[in-house]
Design a protein around this ligand. Structure first.
Ligand SMILES: C[S@@+](CC[C@H](N)C(=O)[O-])C[C@H]1O[C@@H](n2cnc3c(N)ncnc32)[C@H](O)[C@@H]1O
Length: 255
């Protein structure tokens, strides 16, 4: 994390973007959103047809990692940075009524939207909690699987996120994530640009450092895949991607 980064300002910038993502999904962002994106990333139609359309409108994920998660009927699942709920609702289809899915997010407007859709769909095994992924409001060993899509790059303390993910998993638990990483180190001018940080670019960690952080938290990384279908939309974002090899990956690991 750059020394000069103001964490509080950063959090405000991130919350402001994702409040709009929840409430104004048709506006223009640095990144693509919605069902066409989910389809291109590899979400099966049978899952997308089952979940609330309004959640999908605000879908701002960057990859598909449910194949790495290997969800089973009865699993208890946590989604870090659950946004308007797309991955939580998809996971709920896979774990069935004997399992449970919990989403955690720090942006109130995302939680309001996700909870409303959960209530409308009467999904009793789904819940959304307000919290920070660096300080999860759950007991040790609560979940079988942790998911996260397009979120961990936004955290100024990624080591703490992976440590917390490991803590809340049962022994032998899995983590499956999609996230934005960079191939080359990025200059401070990009890392300190709140707009680019909130757009999932400024906080992108170099890929080898990223996997080392996961391993340092006690995971064994099993699978890593590039998501070439994922592209940023704005010229400013696309330029940073081209220059520093900023791209989306999906990754699967075990405790
Ligand atoms: C790019 S969106 C992705 C949302 C969702 N995973 C999806 O695929 O649509 C990032 C989400 O992470 C949340 N977020 C970012 N940093 C967070 C943190 N440190 N703690 C909790 N939530 C965070 C934001 O509020 C936002 O809803």
């Amino acid at each position: 994390m750059p020394e000069s980064l103001d964490i509080d300002r950063l959090e405000r910038a991130v919350k402001s973007v994702y409040r709009d993502v929840a409430e104004e999904p048709a506006e223009e962002y640095h990144f693509e959103m919605g069902r066409p994106l989910a389809e291109r990333l590899g979400y099966p139609d049978r899952d997308l047809d089952t979940i609330p359309e309004e959640a999908l409108e605000s879908f701002a994920g960057v990859g598909y990692h449910f194949d790495f998660a290997g969800l089973d009927e009865g699993d208890d699942v946590l989604d870090l940075g659950s946004g308007s709920g797309t991955d939580v609702f998809v996971a709920a289809v896979h774990v069935g009524e004997s399992g449970s899915v919990t989403g955690v997010d720090m942006t109130d407007e995302q939680l309001v939207k996700a909870r409303h859709l959960r209530d409308e769909g009467e999904m009793d095994n789904v819940s959304f909690e307000r919290g920070y992924i660096e300080d999860l409001p759950f007991e040790d060993g609560t979940f079988d699987v942790v998911l996260s899509n397009g979120v961990i790059n936004l955290s100024p303390d990624k080591q703490q996120v992976f440590t917390e993910a490991n803590r809340v998993l049962t022994a032998g638990g899995r983590i499956a994530i999609s996230d934005i990483i960079s191939e080359e180190p990025m200059p401070e001018s990009i890392k300190n640009n709140e707009d680019l940080w909130a757009a999932c670019i400024g906080g992108a960690e170099q890929v080898d450092r990223y996997t080392r952080l996961i391993e340092a938290a006690g995971f064994e990384v099993r699978d890593v895949r590039d998501n070439q279908q994922y592209e940023f939309v704005s010229a400013q974002a696309a330029n940073a991607c081209q220059q520093y090899g900023v791209k989306s990956i999906s990754l699967g690991a075990r405790t």
